[in-house]
Design a binder for this molecule. Structure first.
Ligand code: PCD
Length: 785
């Protein structure tokens, strides 16, 4: 069916309408404005010299030759930054990170010196002429070895490689439950290091105005307000003299929450030189030096009764954070929200322990399409549940149905302390089973097995936790995690709405407008949504961890309702009636019983400026800083069918059914787009992507030639469906959804592959499941053809 037929034109289209994305005209015609599109008069270019070593002492940096190249304006090293107090800056997790090193380098690809030149190519040539004398040091690559007492130290300012040790749950109770259990299953999982392969590499343009003393920074950040505050605290530039603009962003996926050295050095250089300075990473620089995701070494155990009742969960993790602890977690959660790992199941006792290690790699631990480690948690529990089902010789769907938290138990308090807002896990799984024809597939699998064909079915019934705050529990560098919406209605009824979040492709310009349209009955095309300019937008914590709908989306609803309250008063005045008698419907106010004599919201807007009731201030606007009472807990049931080629080990995803539940939906096409994109990323995780290092800390490859991401050719066909279980505390009953599919799907793929091979004695294969890994197993088991 053509898009034309399915998508209605714009108009008063609130919640649940499949309207086209307002921003797409700009994006699809190449008219977006990204950081690299910012071109200012007299702008200089910054390029970094990067370290070839993972760990080395810097003995000397010879810059003379480079400096003499025509067009080179300046060269900035760590020594100079140190004098300005900027060689090290705080990370969002209360650690410190090097902007430029003064003593030693701590990962391959680290920024060592910045060349600023009249143009980018001169800067690149000059960077090649900078000679750095190194004394190589023994690198720390394996996080387990990093924690051994005799390990070399990654950090010059620390006396161990321990980042943190964190635990949650009741250890005694969990140990007791494990002793009493009929069966305990255990497995080691490695959730591999991933690169956040957004389309646009990170960069910034800094412009310092010596007359006003104002610093304007265009940057690829998902959290402009927080970055402004941190910049101000570090540089002592007054916060109202720093303006951060995140223009259009070509994908963020968590990788653009981190504060990169380039942001700081471009700002410093612009202030020093009095001219604008641009820095844009190349793709391979980005791959080698930006913050990475995952890298969790997990040991998981599940205890159960013979009949499949799950009793306890015990998990031990070693996490690799690279050289700086730069995760963007809320500060009270060193291992993010990993403690959501009891998942969709009613588990009495659980205990989790996470130990973080420094290694000679770029900073890691960022939440790549993941609400702070939810992805690792979901993978662990969903793999363990499948292993338990197979060990017990039970059907993995039946085992899940037996252990789900039943719908009547919500709000449900988990063993690790979270209060789930709402859920109906059995409904989602049953819908997915029906859609895919689960029992017929099991029969088919049995038949195929008899013929020696290899087919598997994998399930993942995940639960997420998204939408941070509440503010008393969640903060980033002390700043409470709320979010904001300001709505202004002009006299002619046209609207401008501004937010503390910042979309990177999610479609906020459309969905926020739909929220306002839903409540005020104003057509979506009359509502302009703006984000990402700290001079104009209300303060907010930004867009990551699927928090925009639960927080800023809620703020939009509350602001719109505040406006509606005032509008009702104005309407009563215009209709010469009592406020209690005013009815509001589809953009029209009328007196109860007299729907034909009405005033439109646009009439009321005009009156707010021309004829407000006596004693009422003019204007029609509202701002809300929304502190959510709880997180939202979206969930879903995914089922994947795979066929494995015995000759090559190639896994073919034959079918994939995804039933998602994100509560009430604002825009169904946007939500489906989010899920399809997320599934594709989960597919890449399961089958293709990994950042690896050799024993010297050299990155393998470091370009898209080796780091494979799925294209349209590899990507399976996704079959989508929904259940709707509204969030009881969100003003619109909505939950977040942007990350669900990336969080939930890897376990479904891996479960399907292991399900296909279990009868051969295969219990686990670590991701990415490359064909050769499967082929090796088939060969070992004597079934490769
Ligand atoms: N929605 C609707 N409904 C509902 C929900 C939701 O409609 N219920 C929609 C909204 O509105 C938007 C979307 O959907 O538009 C999404 O949402 P959310 O969930 O709220 O989220 P946000 O916050 O907005 O966003 C964020 C996310 C994340 S987080 C990520 S990764 C990713 C996702 O988002 N990223 C991205 N998606 C996306 N897309 C694109 N295109 N791009 C990008 O970049 Mo992190 O933490 O950062 O890792």
């Amino acid at each position: 069916m053509a898009m034309e037929e399915t998508l209605p034109p714009m108009g008063v289209h609130g919640m649940g309408h499949k309207i086209r994305r307002k921003e797409d005209m700009r994006f699809l015609t190449g008219k977006g404005t990204y950081v690299d599109d910012i071109k200012l008069p007299n702008m200089a270019y910054l390029v970094f010299v990067r370290s070839p070593y993972a760990h080395a002492k810097i003995k000397k940096i010879n810059i003379e030759k480079a400096k003499s190249i025509p067009g080179v304006i300046d060269i900035i090293t760590g020594e100079e930054l140190e004098k300005a107090g900027l060689a090290w800056i705080p990370t969002l997790m209360g650690d410190k990170m090097m902007v430029l090193p003064t003593d030693k380098v701590v990962f391959q690809g680290q920024e060592i010196a910045a060349v600023i030149a009249e143009d980018k190519y001169v800067a690149m040539d000059a960077a090649n002429q900078i000679e750095v004398e190194y004394e190589p040091l023994e690198p720390v690559v394996d996080p387990k070895k990093a924690l051994e007492p005799n390990s070399p130290l990654v950090r010059p300012d620390k006396n161990s490689n321990l980042v943190f040790r964190w635990e949650a749950g009741n250890k005694e109770l969990t140990d007791k439950v494990f002793k009493e259990a009929d069966i305990v299953v255990s497995q080691d999982f490695y959730y591999q290091r991933l690169h956040v392969a957004y389309m646009e590499p990170v960069g910034s343009v800094a412009q310092y105005d010596p007359v006003s003393g104002k610093l304007t920074l265009w940057m690829t950040t998902q959290a402009p307000h927080v970055v402004r505050t941190v910049f101000s605290l570090v540089t002592k530039i007054p916060e109202n003299k720093i303006r951060i603009i995140s223009p259009d962003i070509g994908g963020g996926f968590g990788g653009k929450v981190y504060v990169y050295p380039g942001y700081v050095v471009s700002a410093y250089a612009s202030i020093k030189l009095g001219r604008p300075v641009k820095w844009i990473n190349t793709r391979s620089e980005d791959m080698k030096s930006t913050a990475f995701a995952r890298d969790f070494h997990i040991h998981g155990e599940l205890a159960a009764k013979k009949d499949g009742t799950i009793l306890g969960l015990r998990i031990k993790v070693i996490s690799d954070h690279g050289a700086f602890y730069g995760d963007a977690n809320p500060s009270k959660f060193p291992a993010g929200l990993f403690s959501i790992c009891t998942g969709a199941y009613d588990i009495k006792a659980a205990y989790v322990e996470v130990t973080g290690a420094y290694t000679n790699k770029p900073a890691g631990g960022i939440a790549y399409r993941c609400s702070f480690r939810v992805t690792e948690a979901v993978y662990t529990i969903e793999r363990l549940v499948d292993i338990l089902a197979h060990e017990l010789n039970m059907d993995p769907a039946e085992l899940r149905l037996k252990n789900f938290i039943p719908p009547e138990r919500f709000p449900y308090k988990s063993a690790l302390g979270w209060t789930y807002d709402s859920g109906n896990y059995a409904a989602a799984l049953k819908k997915a089973m029906e859609k895919i024809g689960y029992y017929e597939l099991r029969k088919e699998q049995e038949e195929k097995r008899k013929k020696g064909e290899i087919m598997g079915i994998g399930i993942s019934t995940f639960v997420e936790i998204v939408g941070a705050g509440p503010a008393d529990l969640f903060d980033i560098v002390g700043i409470k995690m709320f979010d904001s919406a300001e709505i202004r209605i002009h006299p002619t009824g046209k609207v401008i709405a501004r937010f503390g979040t910042r979309a990177q492709g999610q479609g906020h310009e459309t969905t926020y407008a739909q929220i306002i349209s839903e409540i005020l009955g104003i057509p979506v095309e009359d509502i302009i949504v703006e984000e990402g300019d700290t001079d104009t937008c209300p303060y907010g914590l930004g867009t990551y961890a699927s928090r925009s709908t639960p927080t800023a989306g809620a703020a939009a609803a509350v602001s719109a309702r505040k406006i509606l309250d005032k509008a009702k008063k104005i309407a009563a005045h215009l209709l010469e009636a009592r406020e209690e008698d005013i009815v509001f419907e589809k953009g029209k106010f009328y007196v109860k019983g007299y729907p034909d004599k009405y005033k439109t919201i646009q009439d009321v807007a005009l009156a707010a400026y021309t004829n407000p009731p006596p004693n009422m201030e003019a204007g029609l606007e509202a701002v809300t800083y929304y502190n959510p009472p709880n997180m939202t807990f979206p969930f879903g049931a995914y089922i994947c069918v795979v066929d494995i080629d015995k000759g090559t080990g190639q896994v073919k995803v034959r079918r994939f059914v995804a039933v998602d539940d994100c509560g009430n939906i604002i825009n169904p096409v946007i939500v489906d787009g989010q899920i399809m994109g997320g599934l594709t990323m989960g597919f890449g995780t399961a089958f293709m992507e990994e950042i690896k290092y050799d024993e010297n800390g050299n990155i393998y490859g470091g370009s898209f030639a080796e780091y494979l991401i799925p294209t349209a050719v590899e990507t399976p066909k996704w079959e989508l469906d929904k259940t709707v279980t509204p969030s009881p505390h969100h003003p619109l009953g909505a939950k977040g959804v942007g990350e669900s599919a990336t969080v939930g799907s890897p376990a479904a793929f891996v479960n399907a592959v292991v399900d296909a091979l279990w009868h051969l004695g295969v219990k686990h294969i670590d991701m990415p499941i490359w064909p050769w890994k499967v082929w090796k197993v088939l060969k070992e088991k004597g079934v490769a053809s």
